[in-house]
Design a protein around this ligand. Structure first.
Ligand code: FDA
Length: 496
């Protein structure tokens, strides 16, 4: 309620926020979480909570009147369609040089992501977070994060036998014939559930293409893991459709201004609550936008000059390859990725073998590459337009394209195949306009101390992907979770 006071307030309910809430509550601290997106706990008129990837509807996009599908075209035809403006689950947030996809709702990115739960190979860690003790991360915090998230491996014998992973086996064959290391990656999907989907004994979910707009059954989102445990403590309250707009010092506490939204995105109430401690967990973009604005508008003038800096796209770039007619990838493709091609050390790219769950044979192999792109952008306050801008330029993706080509040019040469040119427009090979993996903007040991305490203000913390300086060498959420586990342990011991 307006005027209320809480000991700990968490902005956002993604990975960082969920870890903070659970561990604080277990330590006996009452926590209130504010989330701008919906609760995603109530079925729509079709009896399902989430829409299918093939049939986006009002639930699918955050306050857009037209879908903005990451794969915008097929055989040259645009796929996007009009939808009612609604506080939907996937935000395609446009900056001048890049569209950043993010989950909106209780559970953050875990609602929409592929569930690929990858601990980076240990030799790569010191380049990811140079100020963090490697032994502690690999002995304690990565294992804790993997356990908390429910990470498991697919049974390879089963994987080898099912139609829905034919696309991934084609991916393996092509990788191995070009002598690239093909690696299985862990996931948070419930593999027993997927077995039953294949057997036809339960409602189909991943095998029916559910993913990008939510998964109705088998994926262990944060709603089923950290947040379920947090709620079970009885100490965590969550307010969905509440967007934080300001955090200001007030008599030794912080006054937090919150807008309540309706499902069309209108502000129906503006409230102020106070908190002793505030955790910024609004994601790399959400946290960076808030801090950049609050510093520039003199609400938090004591934040240091590292705020808004060090943002990267995890080197994301997408592409498709056209296979021969005798090399089909399958009409039914499980939406949960299981493997990647690891050419990081030799060529700077780790390529996820991704599904194209269209429901028809496409003769395409599709990949999301994570690359060692060195470019970093900065957030700045635009007082004329009253918004935060990001300095990323589309041309900055060229290093990512070159690194991805270190894999796919070689595979195409070996297989006698070509790139698909119909998936991102008309005659466009590279999906270089977007990222799924925003990282940085309030970097650890720069904008904050080495545990996420913001410089300039005691009791303000960053605990999400904003801490990580732009790249994790693999998919990021396990690293975000493990870093949050590390930081909150220290913060609880020293600050509470
Ligand atoms: P996260 O974005 O999860 O949570 C932030 C929350 O804060 C959101 O719920 C947001 O609505 C809320 N918020 C923002 N501003 C707010 C405000 N002002 N007030 C209140 N609430 C606010 N990663 C991976 O490791 N494996 C994978 O397979 C994939 N796949 C993938 C697919 C797709 C389509 C996407 C979009 C992303 C992925 N990712 C991924 C990335 C992964 O989901 C992402 O890195 C994490 O969700 C980031 O976690 P955070 O805790 O930083 O923020």
């Amino acid at each position: 309620p307006p005027g209320a006071h809480v000991p700990a307030l968490v902005i956002g309910t993604g990975y960082g926020g969920s870890v903070a809430a659970l561990r604080l509550a277990q330590a006996g601290v009452d926590v209130h979480m504010l989330e701008m997106g919906m609760a995603w706990d109530t079925p729509g008129s079709d009896g399902k909570i989430f829409a299918n990837t093939r049939t986006p509807d009002y639930r699918s996009y955050w306050l857009r009147t037209k879908t903005k599908q990451p794969l915008s075209n097929f055989l040259g035809f645009p796929l996007d369609k009009d939808v009612p403006k609604y506080t939907g689950i996937l935000d395609a947030e446009d900056f001048s040089g890049i569209t950043v996809y993010q989950g909106r709702g209780v559970g953050g990115g875990s609602l929409v992501n592929g569930g690929m739960a990858v601990t980076p190979p240990r030799p790569r860690f010191s380049a990811i977070l140079p100020s963090v003790n490697v032994d502690e991360m690999y002995n304690t915090y990565y294992p804790r994060a993997n356990a908390g998230l429910g990470v498991t491996n697919v049974d390879q014998a089963w994987w080898n036998s099912v139609d829905c992973y034919q696309y991934a086996r084609v991916g393996r064959k092509h990788a191995e014939r070009s002598n690239f290391p093909f690696v299985f990656v862990s996931n948070v999907y419930d593999w027993e559930y997927m077995r039953q989907e294949v057997a036809g004994t339960v409602p189909k979910s991943a095998v029916d293409g559910e993913l990008l707009y939510g998964n109705n059954h088998g994926k262990k989102t944060l709603q089923k893991t950290y947040l379920a445990q947090a709620k079970a403590t009885g100490r965590v309250a969550i307010s969905p459709l509440h967007r934080v707009t300001s955090v200001a010092p007030a008599n030794g506490r912080y006054a937090v201004v919150v807008e309540q939204l309706d499902t069309s995105g209108n502000v129906t109430a503006t409230k102020t609550v106070t908190a002793d401690k505030v955790f910024f967990a609004a994601g790399s973009i959400g946290t960076s936008k808030l801090l950049t604005k609050l510093k520039a508008t003199n609400v938090l003038p004591g934040l240091n000059s590292e705020i808004g800096k060090g943002w990267g796209d995890n080197g994301n770039v997408m592409c498709g390859r056209a296979n021969h007619l005798w090399d089909p990838t399958g009409a039914v493709q499980a939406s949960i990725p299981t493997a990647g091609i690891d050419n990081w050390d030799a060529g700077g790219a780790f390529a996820e073998v991704a599904p194209l769950p269209t429901g028809i044979e496409t003769w395409a192999s599709f990949y999301l590459s994570i690359t060692k792109n060195p470019n970093r952008a900065q957030f700045t306050w635009n007082s004329t337009a009253n918004r935060v801008d990001l300095s990323w330029q589309t041309a900055w993706k060229q290093p990512s394209i070159d690194m991805a080509k270190s894999i796919f040019d070689k595979i195409n040469a070996k297989e006698g195949t070509i790139y698909r040119t119909d998936l991102f427009g008309v005659y466009k090979i590279w999906g270089d306009h977007l990222t799924y993996h925003p990282l940085g903007g309030a970097v650890l040991n720069k904008a904050t101390d080495n545990y996420g305490r913001l410089h300039g203000y005691s009791g303000l913390y960053v605990i999400d992907g904003a801490l990580i300086p732009g790249n994790t060498a693999v998919n990021p959420f396990v690293t975000i979770t493990a870093l949050a586990e590390r930081n909150i342990e220290r913060i609880i011991a020293a600050d509470f």
